[in-house]
Design a protein around this ligand. Sequence first.
Ligand SMILES: [Zn+2]
Length: 419
Amino acid sequence: MTAAAATRAGPAAACQGCGAALVRTLVDLGEQPLANSYVPPEREAEPEPVFPLHARVCDRCLLVQVDNVTPPETIFNERYAYYSSFSESWLAHCRRYAETMRERFGLDAESLVVEIASNDGYMLQYFVAAGIPVLGIEPAGGVAAAAEAKGVPTLREFFGRETATRLAGEGRTADLLAAKNVLAHVPDINEFVAGVPILLKPDGVFTVEFPHLLNLIRETQFDTIYHEHFTYLSLLAVEKVFARHGLTIFDVERLPTHGGSLRVFAARKDSGREVSESVANVIEVERAAGLDRPEGYAGFEAKVRRVRSDLLDFLAKARAEGKSVAAYGAAAKGNTLLNYCGVTRDQIRYVVDRNPAKQQTLLPGSHIPVRDPTALEEERPDFLLILPWNLRDEIVAQNTAFREQGGRFVTAIPQLAIF
Ligand SMILES: [Zn+2]
C-alpha cells in the first residue's frame, strides 16, 4: 500500500494545533511528489512516490495545514542541500536583524542567542562577530558542519520540549531565541512551541518569522503549499498556539521576504512586556480579510483553478502558434504549480537554474529537465515562465539579453501576466 492510499483510507485528519476534526478544504492540489525531490536522469523510469497535497483550515482554531504525510527524516537529512548562505539578499536581511536585536534588547558578552534551524550559521555568525555567545540547533548534518566551521557551535537535533528542558537544566537559557522560516516546517507545532518558554530566560525574547497567510490568500500564492510546509500561518492562529503554551505576542513587523512575511516577537506571559499596537493592527487587517472565520476561506480554490486554466490556455496557444516556452528557476513552488496544472515537457521544454546542484536533474513529477541559464542563448525560447515570482524583478534584470532578442516573460501567479 502506498503512503497516499494509507492516508486516504484513514479517518478524517485531526488539527495539528487543537485536535479538532478537519472538515474544511482550503484547496486540494491532488497527489504530488515531494517538491524538493529532484530526479537524477538515470532514475527517470523509476516510479516516483506521490502523496496527497490537500490544504485544510481548522474550523475551531483557524490553523491552515496540509496532511502530514512525510517523516521529517526524509527531508532534513544529510543530503538536505539548502544552504541559507547562498542568497546575498537573505544574508543582508539577517545582518540587519542581528544588529537591530542587539541594540533593542541590549545583548552583550553575557547574553546567549539561540537559533532553531540555524542551518549553516548564516545568521548567528553576525552575533559571533559582535562577541555575543550563540548556540545553533540544526538536525541536518551537512549544514551543521558548515556552521561549526564558521565558529557557530551547533547541536545536531530537532528542537522540542526535550531539548529545551535539557538545555535549561544545564543553565543554558536564551536572552534571544530566533526561528526564521522554520515554524511552518515543523511537523508538530505544539511540541515545538512548548519548548520555547522552557528555553527562554524569564525576560527572554522569542522572534519567529513566517510567510503571512494573508498574502497567500490575497495573491493566490497556492504554489507556496507543499508537503514539507505543514502549516500556513495567520497572526490570529499563531496567537492561539502561543497562548496555549504560555507565550504572549508583544510586537509584530511586516516583512517583504517570501512574498510577505511576519516577524512576531513573543515572551513568557509573566514577563510583563508592554504589547505594541502593531499586534492589534495586523489582527484587524486579518479580520477585514475574513481570516477570523471559517467561511472567510471560501472561494480560494476557485481562484486556484482559474490560475490553472489560464496557464494551460496560454501553453496550448503558444504551442498552436509554434512558439517555444522555457521556465526560469527550479524552485519548490514551481513544482507545486506545474504538477497541479499537469504541465509536461511537451509544453515547457526545460527550466534553467543557476544552482549547479539542480542542473542535469529533472523536476519531480513533470520531469522537465533543469539546464544551465546559458541554454537560453542557445535555444532562444519565445517565452520564459518565471516560477519563483518572488524573485521576478531580479530575474528580469539578469536576463535583459533574452528580452532584447524578442523574448517575453510570463508569470502565472496571482494571475497570468505576459510582459
Ligand atoms: Zn485547530
